[in-house]
Write a protein that binds this ligand. Structure first.
Ligand SMILES: Cc1cc2nc3c(=O)[nH]c(=O)nc-3n(C[C@H](O)[C@H](O)[C@H](O)COP(=O)(O)OP(=O)(O)OC[C@H]3O[C@@H](n4cnc5c(N)ncnc54)[C@H](O)[C@@H]3O)c2cc1C
Length: 368
């Protein structure tokens, strides 16, 4: 039974049991497990690293298919580029580490993001001025609607900020277990990396500052990776089993993208980011969810001291970063949802902006 417990397979370490649990290590097993579950009309939950998933304490009334496929294959290597194909279950950070040792540029700023490669196109994972849409060539998926394997390009995926058609096909919902997984199950991810040798451009102000280079200038790949890992660790954004600040789903809320006139109602010191991601609309601006949370009175560690309405320190905002919602060792999903709801509602009351959760919520939702 503990094998079936979502708490044992998610980085926030919460979530009840699934009725059935199937772990797959080959692509064949993966497509068969998904097709059989669908054919039987049983709710399906696809899980890989469990780092962007929050499942109800009551568990999942259906079959979990856990993706543990592995492998990196070089499809083509030219003078300038290398085209690789990565199995969906392959640890993402292992791919990044490998690319850096090979002198390949494109994903070094995405160092330290937990989870699998197959999940990276789901929410167009991003950090430090990069996202997966910039290097993704195509993906091979099992299409659950048409019962076939198809190839989708970046254009097909219609990427946005932490978004794609795959994520939009999931119903993050308290009750709709039949839409708990996306229509397209990623089997492999093809990336196009550049052979620059040792150097890569730095596209994020905080990273450039930490590297002591001008924004847009180049720095050694290995140095970029180590600096990103250091910056991430200082915010509790690199998994560490001994540090409760990392028992989380990473950022719990996305940075809100709002019309310019809404941004104009905020104080001058509220951070505003240019956003270059796919799907950018010129009349909108990206705000810092962390700033909005902090300046609505929810500081680092909120919840740890049993503040009014919280859950006696079982769950809290990270002590390193207001964007991460953390399990302090004995939290339940209900506890995390309680803190998240207090924060979302408090931010809405203070700033008139409703934050949107980043992780996929299964069987639970924030409450007003
Ligand atoms: C400490 C920490 C830091 C993080 N930092 C970042 C960050 O900087 N940037 C960022 O973007 N994210 C970040 N995340 C979130 C998370 O790591 C990413 O979203 C990651 O890609 C999730 O991968 P996973 O394998 O754990 O997915 P899971 O949590 O297992 O699944 C997430 C969703 O994707 C679906 N899914 C998983 N695999 C597949 C597949 N093969 N095909 C179709 N659907 C699939 C699942 O059904 C679920 O809906 C962070 C998380 C943590 C805990």
């Amino acid at each position: 039974m503990t094998q079936n417990l979502l708490a044992n397979h998610t980085t926030a370490r919460v979530g009840g049991p699934a009725t059935t649990w199937i772990t797959v290590t080959t692509e064949d097993q993966l497509t068969r497990a998904v097709a059989d579950t669908d054919a039987a009309g049983v709710p399906l939950l696809v899980v890989a690293g469990g780092s962007n998933l929050l499942v109800a304490d009551e568990g999942f009334p259906g079959t979990v298919v856990q993706i543990s496929t592995e492998g990196v294959e070089i499809i083509e290597s030219t003078d300038h580029n290398v085209h690789i194909r990565v199995a969906a279950g392959h640890q993402w950070d292992d791919v990044v580490a490998w690319s850096v040792t090979q002198g390949l540029t494109g994903i070094e700023a995405l160092s330290g993001i937990p989870g699998s490669t197959g999940a990276t196109p789901v929410q167009n994972v991003g950090a430090y001025g990069a996202d997966i849409s910039q290097t993704l060539h195509s993906i091979r998926v099992w299409d659950r609607e048409n019962h076939e394997i198809v190839e989708l390009t970046g254009e097909d995926l219609d990427f946005g900020y932490r978004d794609s058609i795959i994520k939009r096909s999931i119903a993050s919902s308290a009750t709709n277990f039949h839409q708990a997984s996306p229509r397209w199950i990623v089997l492999t991810v093809d990336l196009q990396l550049t052979k620059t040798g040792e150097l890569a451009p730095v596209r994020y102000t905080q990273l450039a500052r930490a590297l002591n280079v001008e924004l847009g200038a180049s720095a050694p790949l290995q140095h970029i990776r180590q600096t990103v890992l250091g910056l991430r660790a200082s915010k509790g954004m690199v998994l560490d089993p001994t540090d409760y600040d990392t028992w989380s789903t990473g950022s719990f809320f996305t940075n809100p993208i709002v019309p310019n006139d809404v941004a104009a109602t905020l104080p001058d010191e509220a951070p505003r980011f240019a956003h270059h991601e796919a799907g950018n609309d010129a009349d909108t601006i990206k705000l810092s969810a962390a700033w909005l949370i902090d300046h609505a009175g929810f500081h680092k560690g909120f919840g740890l001291n049993g503040e009014s309405g919280t859950v006696e320190g079982r769950a809290s905002l990270s002590t390193k970063h207001t964007l991460a919602l953390t399990n302090r060792g004995s939290a339940t999903t209900r506890d995390l949802i309680r803190i998240a709801s207090l924060v979302r509602n408090g931010v809405a009351e203070k700033w008139g902006i409703r934050l949107v959760p980043e992780p996929v919520l299964i069987g639970v939702q924030l409450t007003d």
